[in-house]
Write a protein that binds this ligand. Structure first.
Ligand code: CA
Length: 322
């Protein structure tokens, strides 16, 4: 017999409006052969190194699923992302079940291979916890010609020592500095806030010459000015800029699904404005979005911010490619 008219294949959307394209339509699954010559999602589902309990390894799957909740059209500027963007999806890096160092090695090996063979690839790493940034940046630093600077959106400095707890999600930037992968003056931290850091580690940031914008700076100057200043500052020093977006930079009201929630953080509007601005910067060579735990989220609110970060980054690229 043939399939009854109203019986769909499993997984098909219950309703389709042919004049309402979904963000999922931007996504092209990588066949392992095609050149990855643009923005490319790479899932990095690792959250075992987290200091606190975290299910951040579930984020890549949720973010992909939520793409079908949003359209491809931005009313601001009347931009349809389909006109100039393809979002490739390379898949997820397979992690070791128990061996964290082996998982880091797999991230480095995968990123080195992909970026080594696809010079035009702009990776969009979906974590995972913040410890992955050490491995993604180490690998990118190996294959990229020219220096990489980092804009880190975060409530925390992430400069903890590794003697007390090993390479956790509180240590990635300390490790990058100590390994000589990243110079302190090439790191800009935005959104650092009260009661989320110790005096010792703030002092460490200051003494080493890391550029820090606290939430008070963001409030006083506006996020637009902070990003303009940051890009100017880094442009003189590096050839590429990498964005590391720890979603806990947001106030807890906007990000209930972060392991480290707290008040006094950015609004989602401020973060999205920053990401859109940086999408327009040609020197931006990739980004990561980390520290979302979908297992404690409310109505996927936090993962939805991540989806909008991706879309607003693409919106920025649309303007750049126009
Ligand atoms: Ca962090």
């Amino acid at each position: 017999m043939s399939r009854p008219t109203f019986l769909q294949t499993s997984g098909a959307p219950p309703f389709v409006d042919r004049h309402y394209p979904k963000a999922t339509e931007l996504v092209q699954l990588w066949d392992g052969k095609k050149k990855l010559d643009g923005t490319t999602i790479i899932g990095v589902p690792l959250s075992k190194p987290s200091i606190s309990h975290s299910g951040a390894s579930f984020t890549p799957g949720i973010v992909r699923k939520l793409m079908q909740s949003y359209s491809t059209y931005a009313v601001e500027g009347e931009v349809d992302l389909r006109d100039s963007n393809v979002l490739l999806d390379a898949g997820d890096i397979h992690m070791h079940a128990t061996d964290i160092k082996e998982s880091y090695r797999r991230i480095e090996e995968t990123v080195t291979t992909i970026l080594g063979e696809n010079k035009e690839c702009i990776p969009l790493f979906i974590g995972g916890d913040h410890s992955i940034s050490y491995s993604t940046l180490k690998a990118m630093n190996e294959v990229k010609t020219g220096k990489i600077g980092v804009i880190q959106f975060d409530a925390h400095h992430d400069l903890r020592n590794t003697e007390d707890g090993g390479p956790t999600n509180g240590t990635p930037f300390r490790r990058l500095l100590e390994a000589g992968v990243l110079k302190a003056e090439h790191l800009v931290q935005v959104g650092i806030r009260n009661y989320s850091n110790s005096a010792y580690y703030h002092q460490y940031a200051m003494e080493n010459g890391i550029k820090v914008y606290t939430m008070a700076d963001v409030k006083k100057n506006g996020i637009g000015e902070v990003i303009r200043e940051t890009v100017e500052y880094l442009k003189d020093k590096v050839e590429h800029i990498y964005l590391s977006i720890d979603i806990d930079v947001l106030d807890q009201a906007y990000a209930p699904g972060c392991p480290a929630i707290g008040p006094g953080g950015m609004t989602s509007e401020q973060l999205l404005e920053a990401i859109y601005m940086l999408g327009k910067e040609e020197s931006v060579c990739g980004l990561d979005i980390v520290e979302i735990d979908p297992t404690i989220d409310f109505r996927d609110m936090t993962s939805r911010v991540a989806v909008h970060c991706l879309l607003d980054f693409l919106r920025g690229r649309s303007v750049l490619n126009r």
